[in-house]
Design a protein around this ligand. Structure first.
Ligand code: ADP
Ligand code: MG
Length: 242
């Protein structure tokens, strides 16, 4: 199917995720519906255990729902094979994690180039792109520093440069400021805002902190595997109960 601008980039309908566990299964997502349009900057908020990371894993094509429909850019994700899912992760999504996930013994420049190596781009072309990406996060002078020579905030900026190097459609960040103080958190959220505004990347930030979420135009609140509040769009479940 060809993706058009009028339909949402991301469409989740009736999503359930059950983790089979000895004793009792864990029902991590329950009949979850969510639509996200190109260019949105959205926060997913909720207490620990509410299903935020499970949602992120599904949105990021790292895990599949137990039931329900996930359509990404017009593709029904359930119908895609492993190679196609890997292709989406590589070409159309960028990931940022709480713990940065950088290679400790490699320079910032090398870390940022990694996604390019997977696409067969190396040498001068890769270094040039990495230099530009580091410049966008204000770390052009740190290309040859290793993570251990950088602050937490700087390491997270390297991780963001790495996530953005393939010009993804969507940037998915799971607790990106979870290990940072408030000044660094502010810088990281401003960086996301700039990328959303200037490059049009759709940003989805998962956080349990309201002040982090307030940098996003839209806030979706989760509890016990369900969306209980959505500042951007009316939630069906709410309409039904009110
Ligand atoms: P959050 O990110 O909001 O803290 P999670 O998505 O990590 O929430 O977890 C939601 C629920 O699913 C929790 O009860 C958690 O213990 C459970 N859970 C998460 N991942 C797994 C897993 N791989 N296997 C079993 N249970 C899991
Ligand atoms: Mg989590």
């Amino acid at each position: 199917m060809i993706h058009t601008q009028t339909e949402p980039l991301i469409k989740l309908a009736g999503i359930n995720k059950v983790y089979p566990m000895a004793g009792a299964d864990v029902h991590a997502l329950k009949e979850l519906d969510l639509e996200i349009c190109t260019g949105e900057m959205l926060a997913v908020i909720g207490p620990s255990g509410s299903g935020k990371s499970t949602l992120m894993n599904i949105l990021g094509c790292m895990d599949k729902p137990t039931s329900g429909i996930y359509s990404f850019a017009g593709d029904d994700v359930a119908r895609l094979g492993k190679a196609e899912l890997a292709g989406i992760r590589k070409d159309r999504l960028g990931f940022v994690f709480q713990k940065y996930n950088l290679l400790a013994r490699c320079s910032a420049e090398y870390n940022v180039q990694l996604p390019l190596f997977y696409k067969g781009i190396s040498g001068f072309a890769a270094r040039k792109k990495a230099g530009e990406a580091l410049e966008r996060v204000g770390l052009q002078d740190h290309a040859h520093h290793n993570p251990s020579q950088m602050s937490g905030g700087q390491q997270q900026r390297v991780a963001i440069a790495r996530a953005m190097i393939n010009d993804p459609l969507v940037l998915l960040a799971d607790e990106p400021t979870g290990a940072l103080d408030s000044v660094n958190s502010h810088d990281i959220m401003q960086l996301f805002q700039g990328m959303n505004r200037d490059q049009g990347v759709t940003v989805i930030v998962i956080t349990h902190e309201m002040d982090v979420a307030s940098y996003c135009q839209r806030q979706v609140t989760m509890r016990d595997g369900r969306i209980i509040k959505d500042s951007g769009q009316a939630v069906e479940a709410f309409r039904n109960v009110s």
